[in-house]
Ligand binder design. Structure first.
Ligand code: B12
Length: 214
């Protein structure tokens, strides 16, 4: 299999081949490909681009380019993914990327999938102060708070944000479930931050939200 083959979507993303990546997606969809699987292959490509940036092989411009390719891929794939979503929910989620972090591609996918499942989503955007998030939680009274964080340097801010929210919602009859997401999140990060659930994939995140809400 050559790197330019439609079957190697991950390789095309890593090679920053924008036209090739999008053509491969269209080709694979036309052949009956599963949009979720294609999205996952794109995500793996992004992870690889990130590692190459880390090792000095790619510059920050590659992160920007990969982000742009992924955004366009998501424009094709998300409508297909949401068209086949399962049972609907009518509860409310406040969601934000934490202070100091401007990554929003993953958060936006989570928002789209949550909305497709019927959730009302209050999207506060990126780089949001802990106090501003806590204020929104008090004003909106959501059923769940979702926080996105892609930077390991943001884990302290996640913890600070959740602590603020816990303080401001201490009098609530029911503890507000907090779910965190992002590529570097794991159970240790979740425990450190004081979150109730975590994910590295939006579809899993929605399953976590459902299990926390009962
Ligand atoms: C694209 C990208 C960028 C773009 C972001 C564009 C944008 N608008 O978002 C730009 C160029 C701006 C960027 C900047 C930087 N980046 Co960057 N970036 C990436 C890259 C390559 C892909 C991220 C991405 O979009 N992935 C695809 C999405 C779909 O995946 P995801 O975000 O994980 O989201 C999924 C799940 O996690 C989940 N999810 C996410 N959030 C939430 C929230 C909830 C509530 C739920 C339910 C689910 C959920 O759902 C999503 C769909 O399944 C990653 C590499 C990687 N491994 O991810 C590096 C990466 C995150 N970046 C990194 C770095 C270092 C930076 C910079 C500091 C670089 C620099 N020197 O300037 C800056 C930081 C800027 C800042 N202050 O935030 C590092 C972080 C390392 C670390 N240990 O913290 C990474 C890991 C690359 C690396 N390996 O070094 N970056």
């Amino acid at each position: 299999m050559t790197p330019s083959s439609a079957a190697d979507l991950t390789g095309l993303i890593v090679a920053m081949d924008q036209r090739g990546s999008l053509d491969a997606i269209r080709e694979r969809l036309a052949a009956g490909g599963d949009p979720r699987r294609l999205m996952e292959e794109c995500r793996v490509g992004m992870e690889q681009v990130g590692r190459m940036y880390e090792s000095g092989e790619y510059y920050v411009s590659a992160l920007i380019m990969a982000g742009e390719i992924f955004r366009q891929a998501a424009d094709i794939l998300l409508p297909l993914m949401t068209a086949t979503e399962g049972p609907q929910d009518s509860r409310k989620v406040v969601i934000a990327t934490v202070k100091g972090d401007i990554h929003d591609i993953g958060k936006n996918i989570a928002v789209t999938l949550l909305e497709a499942r019927g959730f009302t989503v209050v999207d506060m955007g990126v780089d949001v102060d802990p106090e501003v998030i806590a204020d929104a939680v008090v004003a909106e009274r959501p059923d769940v708070l979702g926080l996105s964080c892609l930077l390991t340097t943001g884990f302290g801010t996640l913890r600070e944000t959740i602590a603020h929210v816990r303080e401001r919602t201490a009098a609530w009859a029911q503890r507000l479930p907090v779910v965190i997401g992002g590529t570097a999140i794991d159970e240790h990060a979740a425990e450190y931050a004081g979150a109730d659930g975590w994910c590295t994939d939006a579809a899993d995140g929605i399953a976590v939200v459902h299990s926390l809400l009962g």
